[in-house]
Ligand binder design. Structure first.
Ligand code: GLP
Length: 260
């Protein structure tokens, strides 16, 4: 794992956007895995700026979102489809047919999950997967106790995640109980993973994921087994790490060719 601590969430988001942009520029037809929630908003803002001001071209890019609420259609303001339109898709030249988000309205959920996995395979696999982290250490919507080799499937949210995400809904009871999410195994097959975490509320989950034992009780800890995972943090999210001085040292002494 490469731990990158920046002075602010804004600065860390710019580093994340540069890494995604590098992949988009270098690989025609790059496949990007996308995340939702408050955390990636600034990264998407920077990608939109790069598209407008620097001509970053999304015309060949394929996207796969991590997850979606069961029962919410694209028109629902709290659906992840709606979120992605608002923060990224409406502002860049990604082709509609290249956008993939799990179907929250699928009549046959297992079949829909299997075809999502098949679509990822058919696209050649995910080149860069963006991730946030839940306060309980979840990635995507893989809650604690999720199988570490799981694939795209339906999951039941914890009470804490329903409370955490209530801010995106009109009323707390409107938060669905069920979601469809890429599995931990699906996420682990991405060639590169970028996990972003900002704010003091994420400090414990970050410590457990980065420095704790690998455990299904902290699904993000599985990234310790990924060959190319970067964790982008602001100071507050990094506050509980015991080796933060070393992580900063590594970043400050990166060989020039490895810099972003
Ligand atoms: C949701 C999403 C996750 C996200 C997490 C953290 O549960 N399914 O992908 O990482 O929330 O959200 P936020 O970035 O708003 O803290």
């Amino acid at each position: 794992m490469e731990i990158i601590i920046q002075a602010s969430a804004e600065a860390a988001s710019v580093v994340g956007a540069r890494i995604v942009a590098k992949c988009v520029r270098e690989k025609p037809g790059a496949v990007i895995g996308l995340a939702t929630g408050g955390t990636p908003v600034a990264l998407y803002r920077e990608l939109v700026r790069m598209h407008r001001e620097e001509g970053l071209d999304f015309s060949g890019v394929k996207t796969f979102n991590l997850d979606e609420y069961v029962g919410l259609g694209p028109a629902h303001p709290a659906s992840y489809r709606h979120f992605m339109e608002e923060h990224l898709f409406a502002h860049v030249n990604v082709r509609r047919e290249n956008i993939h988000i799990p179907d929250g309205l699928a009549a046959d959920v297992p079949a829909s999950c299997a075809s999502y996995e098949e679509a990822i395979r058919a696209a050649g696999g995910i080149d860069v997967q963006l991730l946030g982290i839940g306060g309980d250490g979840h990635i995507g919507f893989n809650e604690p106790s999720s199988s570490l080799v799981s694939r795209t499937r339906i999951k039941t949210l914890t009470a804490q995640t329903r409370r955490d995400n209530a801010r995106f809904f009109e009323a707390a009871e409107d938060v669905p109980f069920h979601v469809v999410t890429m599995g931990v195994g699906t996420i682990m097959e991405a060639r590169q993973v970028l996990l972003l975490a900002f704010g003091a509320g994420k400090a414990r989950a970050v410590r457990e994921a980065v420095e704790g034992p690998l455990s299904a009780m902290v699904p993000a800890s599985v990234l310790q087994m990924h060959g190319s995972a970067k964790v982008l943090l602001d100071e507050a999210a990094a506050a509980e790490l015991s080796r933060s001085e070393y992580y900063r040292w590594v970043y400050d002494h990166k060989p020039v060719w490895q810099r972003f």
